[in-house]
Design a protein around this ligand. Sequence first.
Ligand code: PNS
Length: 162
Amino acid sequence: MKRAVYPGSFDPVTYGHLDIIKRASEIFDVLIVSVLNNKGKTPLFSVEERVKILKEATKELPNVQVDSFSGLLIDYAAENDLHIAVRGLRAITDFEYELQIAQTNRKLSNGNLDTIFLTTSLEYAYLSSSSVKEIAYFGGDISQCVPDFVAKKINEKFNSNL
Ligand code: PNS
C-alpha cells in the first residue's frame, strides 16, 4: 500500500492546499496530511484547530487522514513508516526553498524520505496562507481563497482579536 505524507503549516488551509491534497489522494492509497507544530511561530490557529479544519475540509476524501507532528519531518516519517513527502510548487520562487528542504530530508534520512512535487493548479498559483490572513485582517474578501467555513473561522479570529 502506497502511503505518503503531505506536511505543512496549513495556517489556514487554502484552496491551493486542497487542490494538492485531492490530487495526491488520487495518486497514493493513503495520504496523511500532517500539521507542523512549530513552536517558533505564532500561528493564527492552534494545531488542534488546524487539524479540525483539515478534517472537515477533507471529509469527502476517504483515503486522507489528518495528523500533526513536532520536530523534524524525517523523524516523524521514520516513526510512522512513511517514505514519501508531497509538496506543492506554485512558482519558481517556491522551488529553491523546496529543493533545499527535499534534499536535506533525503540526505538526513539516508534516502528513506523522498519528496515528490505537484505543481499547483494555475487558478490557485497566487494563493498563500499568509496573503489570505492579510486580506482577511484588512477586511478583504477571501471567499475565492478558502472554503466558506474556513473564511468564517478566520474572520471570527480577527474579530475576536479587535
Ligand atoms: O506550509 P509550510 O510552512 O511551507 O511547511 C513547511 C514544512 C512544515 C514542510 C517544513 O518546515 C518542515 O518539514 N518542517 C519540520 C522541521 C524539519 O524537518 N526541518 C528540516 C528541513 S530543512
